[in-house]
Design a protein. Structure first.
Length: 313
């Protein structure tokens, strides 16, 4: 399993960072913590991360404009080949520029049942409102504070005599359970066969005259009840591969593609002799623009002239 590379941003003790880190040590965890960064060089969480062998970066934000500091953090994340960013007690508002660069790849944990009690003092506000339950939420980070789509939540009961401090301590236990699970689900959301098929379906059905059917036990796409131009395969005949199978101009092009990039292209069983080629979708970095191009080229090889005229090549 290719694990997602996660960078964690902290400002203090880093207890949620620790929960993410120790969960990443489990053999079935789909992510690794590859960097812990902070806006406070004295943050206690940095000491823990260093002791656990995780690279760290710290720089005081005072005296720097928000966009300048965020550019510094962005530079460190990219140098570590980070794919996702997890905020864990990071007490800095992120600049729109940073959020745009990492759109859809930043998550945060917040100590309330969003959309209730965005911002600070969540437990005191819940107690003042007489709530019987509070909780925590993991959400996608967007430009508006604590407003991104909620991924998961856990509810925590309010006990008689609770204070903001006692409630915060109990919610923190729930946070440590919730965050690793929510992060694991999120980094895997585009890696499942179902997600990859949905992406292939979107590409294929956008082509003129394309329709979906089933053949050889696989979802496939053809042109107006006629010729096939794309098959989606997942562990077909027990090969363990997630891929598409598309047409080429013939065996020569098939062989050339496989020879040029054997990690992506392969000769599919039963289809290979006629020049079809497999394009793997389970590589660490699937190039979806390239996949879309191969699907369109395959469609072009079988589409009738009237449809070819619709498409602007």
């Amino acid at each position: 399993m290719n694990r997602a590379r996660v960078g964690v941003l902290i400002s203090g003790r880093g207890s949620n960072m620790a929960a993410l880190l120790y969960a990443s040590r489990l053999p079935d965890c789909p992510y690794d913590i590859v960097l812990v960064a902070s806006n406070d060089p004295e943050a206690a969480g940095l000491t823990l991360a260093t002791a656990e062998g995780v690279p760290t970066f710290a720089h005081a934000h005072k005296g720097m404009k928000r966009v300048e500091f965020d550019a510094l953090i962005d530079e460190q994340l990219r140098a570590a080949d980070v794919e996702f960013v997890a905020l864990a007690g990071y007490m800095r508002l992120l600049s729109p520029e940073f959020i745009d660069k990492w759109a859809g790849r930043i998550v945060n944990i917040h100590p309330s049942l969003l959309p209730r009690y965005k911002g600070l003092d969540t437990h005191a506000r819940a107690l003042d409102a007489g709530d019987r339950a509070v909780g925590c939420s993991v959400h996608v980070v967007t430009a508006e504070l604590d407003d991104g789509p909620v991924l998961r939540q856990i509810e925590v009961a309010v006990l008689p005599g609770d204070t903001a401090e006692t409630l915060a301590a109990r919610v923190l236990i729930a946070e440590h359970q919730l965050y690793p699970r929510a992060l694991a689900d999120y980094v895997m959301r585009d890696s499942t066969p179902e997600a990859k098929l949905a992406r292939v379906r979107e590409i294929a059905l956008a082509l003129p005259g394309a329709e979906e059917t089933t053949s050889h036990g696989m979802p496939c796409f053809r042109v107006q009840g006629g010729k096939m131009f794309c098959y989606f395969t997942h562990d077909h005949h027990g090969d363990g591969i997630i891929a598409i199978i598309v047409k080429t101009s013939g065996p020569d092009e098939q062989a050339q593609l496989i020879d040029q990039d054997p990690d992506v292209y392969y000769r599919p069983a039963y289809f290979g002799p006629s020049g079809w080629v497999g394009v793997r979708l389970d590589t660490p970095d699937t190039d979806w623009d390239h996949v879309a191009n191969r699907i369109e080229l395959s469609w072009k090889l079988v589409a009738p002239r009237k449809l070819l005229g619709i498409r602007d090549f």
